[in-house]
Design a protein around this ligand. Structure first.
Ligand code: C2E
Ligand code: MG
Ligand code: MG
Length: 692
């Protein structure tokens, strides 16, 4: 039977090793030989052996033909050796039985496999269906119970499905809601473009859209939602439904709105606040070619109300004022805001001619009637700064600053009035501000210089003294005269160190010069500002300077204006007395332009009156005789034992008439202009000063 095994092995893939196959086929061949040798042939055994081939998985296509061929070739011999008497007779029966067994078995096996496959298919289908059913159920559950509203509409806009959330959100029962149409939810305020987007979805041009949309609740209220609309297409891609998913954001919107209002409004008066005002101001300035008006208002003496009557009354007053302002300003179409404290501001966009003045008048007028708070009847007034400009003239910040500055002009001019912005005045103020800020640094940088002007005896034309006059060599503004900065230095207090600097330098000069010209007795006249006269260190300072420079006190003259000589109670300032006691000459500068109250003269320790230039100016044109006023002033001074120096003498005629009137000395351009010390020294030396 070896050839059979070899043939089978060649014929097809066999599921066993060569030796296993050989063993198996040998056994089968022996079995078949014995079955064939039986009398009659044991066909049942042959069928069984056919079946065993299939059971051994020898089922490839060539197995059966090869088996039949092998039996045909070898069975006779095998059967004979197994003892068959007529082996040839048995071969067909054996072949038939083996084939029958093999085929029967293989058919049964195919049927089994088919059944198994059928069962598997049924199982798989059942599983799929159940999975589908549960997923559909899940989706239904999600749809029905979702917190957000979901609605499906057909392409005609008819709602075909909606969940309870959507219906409840808008106050409907599910049944009636499902009968509505998409267009029943048009809201007049729907964001621009929202319905265009919907149309684009309907037309299949876009698949989703996301907008904030408000719906009308059945009870008439407003429901704000986040709406996501999307398109559902069929298998062929044609649009079939639109789906709307809406989330109720009404509460969130209301909260946002409340916060926004709080951020932009003043909680006390409910007026717009500074932030909102600034926004509107910037917006107004962003419109090219337009004009903007600002009316900045500050209540007069509001602090006193707060301090005396308490903050509750102050608050009530502010509320009342805000209401009055709002009423009169809003009707004119302007915005009024509270900037903080007792400051309010009105914004006028493109003010018509005269509107700002009219507005300011109105604002002052509406505040005039007293405000009743509890049992108090409070009279209020305000100071108002008004600015109007084209938007390309200033920035919003500059305009606001200008209004603020103008408000302070109104305040300083007496309150309860309005002032209009004046760019020139502002520029002057700015210069003043810049100057006053630079006074001390300038002093540190040694930018101040002292010039000197001789004071001459009218009888003989010989120098008696010099006046020290300070100048500022400003790095950018050039040579500044004291009129431009002494007032500022007074206000800021820097006059004290500045005055000390002048005093030291001028005393050094005078001491040095007098040392070189013994007996000449040239005095140094130094101006003393009001503030210096009240400086507690003044007396000690002056004493120290005199001691340090060695200038005798009688050769120092301090020029003080009338107002600086007298204290608040009309009493002479202590320091002046102390200085006079030291032997220093005290002169009244610009005499006749201050108090003009001669009564104080005898009570002061004075040495000289300096007749203000205005009196001397009057002497310029008339040619003869002494001026009666000047003459009587001189007589008065002499009666009190005081010397008289005339200021601003420019012409010989003035000098002559002063001399005729008995005036002792004079200073002015007729003799010399103020000049640096070196020039003055040459002048003094050239004047044939009395020999030592
Ligand atoms: P003042 O003390 O009355 O000084 C006289 C002013 O008249 C000086 O002006 C002087 O230059 C000017 N003057 C002199 N002769 C003539 C003249 O013939 N015609 C005219 N039109 N003017 C003449 P200046 O130097 O500009 O000083 C102005 C004022 O500044 C001074 O008035 C004084 O009050 C103040 N001042 C100057 N230097 C000082 C200082 O060191 N300390 C203080 N506290 N004030 C000073
Ligand atoms: Mg003077
Ligand atoms: Mg003077």
């Amino acid at each position: 039977m070896l050839p059979w095994a070899a043939e089978l092995a060649r014929a097809a893939y066999l599921p066993m090793t060569r030796s296993d196959l050989h063993r198996f086929l040998t056994g089968t061949a022996v079995g078949l030989a014995h079955a064939a040798a039986a009398e009659p042939p044991d066909v049942e055994e042959c069928r069984r052996l056919g079946v065993s081939l299939v059971d051994a998985d020898l089922v490839a296509a060539d197995v059966l033909p090869a088996t039949v061929r092998a039996l045909g070739h070898h069975l006779v011999g095998l059967a004979r050796s197994a003892g068959a008497e007529r082996p040839g007779d048995a071969v067909p029966a054996v072949q038939a039985a083996v084939v029958d067994g093999y085929l029967t078995r293989i058919r049964a096996r195919i049927l089994d496999e088919q059944e198994m496959m059928r069962q598997a298919e049924i199982r798989a289908r059942r599983q799929t269906e159940s999975a589908l059913r549960s997923s559909d159920a899940r989706f239904r559950a999600i749809f029905a119970n979702a917190g957000i509203g979901i609605g499906i509409a057909d392409m005609e806009g008819q709602i075909v499905e909606a969940n309870a959330s959507f219906a409840t959100m808008l106050g409907y029962g599910l049944g009636e809601f499902r009968r509505l149409r998409v267009t029943d939810f048009v809201y007049p305020d729907d964001t621009a473009g929202m319905w265009d987007m919907y149309q684009e979805i309907i037309a299949g041009k876009r698949d989703t859209a996301h907008v904030e949309k408000r719906y009308r609740h059945r009870d008439g209220g407003v429901v704000w939602t986040n709406l996501t609309a999307s398109l559902i297409r069929d298998a062929a891609g044609a649009p079939v439904y639109t789906v709307a998913m809406v989330e109720d954001i009404t509460t969130r919107r209301e909260l946002q709105e409340r916060l926004r209002r709080q951020a932009l409004h003043d909680p006390l008066t409910l007026l717009p606040n500074r932030t909102l005002f600034q926004d509107r101001l910037s917006a107004a300035f962003a419109r090219p070619g337009s004009r903007v008006g600002i009316c900045y208002l500050d209540l007069d003496r509001f602090k006193a109300v707060n301090d005396r009557l308490g903050h509750d009354v102050g608050d009530a007053l502010l509320i009342a004022v805000a209401a009055r302002l709002d009423e009169c300003v809003s009707t004119r179409g302007h915005l009024v805001a509270r900037m903080g404290g007792d400051e309010f501001v009105v914004l006028v966009e493109d003010p018509p001619e005269g509107e700002m003045a009219a507005l300011a008048d109105t604002v002052l007028a509406v505040l005039t009637p007293p405000v009743d708070v509890d049992e108090h009847s409070l009279s209020v007034s305000a100071s108002v700064g008004v600015v109007e400009c084209a938007v390309d003239e200033m920035t919003p910040a500059e305009a606001l600053k200008a209004a603020d500055v103008t408000l302070y002009w109104a305040k300083s001019e007496g309150r309860d009035q309005w002032a209009g912005f004046d760019p020139e005045r502002n520029a002057r103020d700015m210069t003043r501000y810049a100057l006053s800020a630079n006074l001390l640094p300038g002093l540190e940088r040694d930018e101040f210089q002292v010039e000197y002007q001789p004071i001459v005896g009218l009888a003989d034309g010989r120098p008696r003294g010099v006046e020290a006059l300070v100048r500022w060599a400003h790095p950018t503004l050039g040579w500044l005269s004291p009129d431009q900065f002494i007032g500022l230095a007074e206000e800021t207090g820097s006059i004290v160190p500045l005055g000390r600097r002048v005093l030291v330098e001028s005393c050094e000069r005078a001491a040095e010069w007098n040392l070189a010209h013994p007996g000449a007795d040239l005095y140094m006249s130094v101006n003393l500002a009001v503030r210096q006269a009240h400086d507690p260190d003044l007396v000690a300072d002056v004493a120290r300077v005199l001691e340090k420079t060695g200038l005798p006190p009688r050769l120092l003259q301090l020029e003080i204006t009338e107002s600086a000589l007298l204290g608040p109670a009309g009493r002479p300032v202590e320091a002046i007395k102390a200085l006079a006691d030291m032997g220093i000459r005290i002169a009244v500068d610009d005499f006749g332009t201050g108090y003009s109250n001669l009564g104080y003269l005898p009570r002061l320790p004075l040495h000289t009156l300096k007749l203000a230039g205005v009196f001397v100016e009057g002497l310029r044109n008339s040619t003869t005789g002494a001026d009666p006023i000047v003459a009587s002033l001189i007589a008065l001074a002499h009666a009190l034992g005081l010397g008289v120096t005339a200021e601003g003498v420019e012409t010989p005629a003035q000098a002559e008439r002063l001399r005729a009137g008995g005036c002792d000395s004079a200073q002015g351009w007729l003799y010399a202009r103020a000049a640096p010390w070196d020039e003055i020294v040459t002048l003094l030396d050239g004047r044939r000063l009395p020999p030592a």
